[in-house]
Design a protein around this ligand. Sequence first.
Ligand code: PA5
Length: 390
Amino acid sequence: MTDARDFFGYKRPDDEPGRRPEDEDGPDPDSPPALEEAITLDSPAVVARIDREDMLGRVRDLPRQLAKARQAAAGLTLTDRHRSVDLVVVLGMGGSAIGADLVAAAAGDRLRVPLIVQRDYHLPSGIGERTLVVAASHSGETIETVTAAAEARARGLPLVVIATGGALGRQADAEGTPWLRYEEPGQPRAALGWSVGLLHELLGAAGLITNPDPLGPVVAVLDELLERMGPGVETDANPAKQLAWSVFGRIPVIYGAGPMAAVARRWKTQFNENAKSWAAYEPMPEANHNAIEGSLNPRELAGALFVIDIRDPAEAPEITARYRVVEELLGERATNRATVRAEGPSPLARVLSGVAWGDLVSVYLGILYQTDPTPVTLLAMLKERLARSD
Ligand code: PA5
């Protein structure tokens, strides 16, 4: 575990925040708290002071959103054109796109047609008329998604909108486009239960996923996991808090194979947005063909990374063999690492249990860095400046 003093560079006791000059009487109300008082995940008061907009509460909400999404999707009316397709393209960015990666990852070979997640201004090239386009945007205003959805409309492709409102919602209303509408104040990445649940139910209703996983057991798995590692469980008994401490002061690199590659990507983006931290992810087995060589230089940064393997108990034997050989080769060198095991009775449960784990760790890490996890100031400023420059 990183010593917090090392991380902040307070090598000399005199430098530590909160340390009073020797000659002063009584505590100085203006000085910052001592490090050991300020950095804890087990004091509700400290956590509430940093996690001001309650991102931990939003993470706890994932199963409730999933259950509500199932109900909301039940009212959707589709036509034959939505069902008779040989490709699905989901348009989305960031927190609204990752839900589609996760749904596709969990569905695996039960997906009856290929699914492309398109994070761009334009439709993928070469797609035919039998393409179902789903435009997913929490705000309904994301310019890349709105622009590509307009292309789909101009080409007369079957379109479904998943959004809280915005331009996509208004256009759907005006043109009678099927619109899976939901209400969830807060950040797009904190509405994952909606984006996963609505798309999963849409594809199931369109007959595009064979034997879709029932959502009820997924909700139960998530409820139990989020309680077991929630903020009320102290660090000594809480593996998510322990992992946040291990990552603290280091750059996380998350590995995942098969469906867990999408989970690893979610971890990366949640570390970025909740902990405001650098992070990277590596899909397996591709990582065995390049990343495995990349851990040597620069040597002075050898201890700066923290590797997290997200493992699926149902992973293929050839993947298990790869992890074993990597462990044999790198075991002693790669000391900063941990393994997280997904859990649950279905692929969707395992994918979302992996997500819930990472969402918690990322928020705990933000709290350790004393950074409010919710606001994404630079992202918001970027969007605003781009809109102004139109
Ligand atoms: O996490 C975020 O806030 C972002 O990644 C957004 O999801 C992304 O900018 C797209 O916005 P929206 O989800 O409103 O389409």
